[in-house]
Design a protein. Structure first.
Length: 232
């Protein structure tokens, strides 16, 4: 009977200690979650270049006063949806009261004619900037249809994305009648038969070597077959 009683007491004492710890843990979690000491008081934006930081902060101002652990990712996504220049973003809670938004802006790859001017676009065809005149040094995608969701635009943009900066700076214009018929015009007037966007990295490497080694009298380079260069 004594042994049984001692065991029962120890068991009850253990349960009481465990229960007390659980209550204390819940209290700490509750304080950490709902305490005004951990509410959003400052919003910092990193990575924004083309988008004014003050506009992003203003769009997220509804988050001020929200406890950091309760910041709703879905709400943040809705508030940033009005900025088409944002390609992706990430959030970070920095106690005691700072919400950090890291922005990755869209990278422009080319210009396309639009109405009476030109649009600077990324590889998805999203407008990064509009201009009345063409921006010097940026390749122009010849897009008669004007359809930036077309296979022709996608193929042309994929080629530009694959070009190293040194080679991209020498490209004046890109056109693609079909996905297998991409061609470039260099700033010197030479035409480059590219073919499809497949193996564009190898084609770009081959074209770079040819441009460094061949005479300026060449009017056309054909690198449509990777590893094989035809000069005309």
């Amino acid at each position: 009977m004594r042994r049984f009683t001692r065991r029962s007491r120890r068991r009850r004492a253990g349960l009481l200690v465990a229960g007390g710890l659980a209550v204390a843990l819940l209290a700490v979690v509750g304080i950490a979650t709902f305490s005004p000491l951990l509410s959003v008081r400052t919003i910092e934006v990193e990575g924004a270049v083309r988008i004014p930081q003050q506009e992003l902060v203003a769009a997220l101002s509804d988050q001020l006063g929200t406890p950091l652990p309760l910041v709703d990712p879905g709400r943040v996504e809705q508030e940033l949806a009005g900025f088409p220049l944002i390609q992706s973003y990430a959030t970070e809670s920095r106690p005691p009261g700072t919400l950090v938004i890291r922005i990755v802006e869209r990278t422009p790859v080319a210009m396309v004619a639009s109405g009476g001017g030109f649009d600077l676009v990324d590889s998805a065809g999203i407008t990064v900037q509009s201009s009345a005149t063409r921006i010097t040094g940026v390749p122009l995608i010849d897009l008669p249809s004007g359809n930036r969701s077309s296979a022709s635009f996608t193929a042309a943009a994929a080629v530009l994305v694959a070009l190293p900066a040194e080679l991209a700076a020498q490209v004046d214009q890109v056109s693609a009648r079909t996905t297998d018929d991409v061609s470039l015009v260099l700033v010197g007037g030479q035409r480059v038969v590219w073919g499809s966007a497949d193996d564009s990295v190898r084609k770009a490497q081959h074209l770079t070597v040819l441009l460094r080694q061949t005479p300026t009298a060449v009017s056309e380079y054909d690198v449509s077959s990777p590893g094989v260069g035809i000069l005309r």
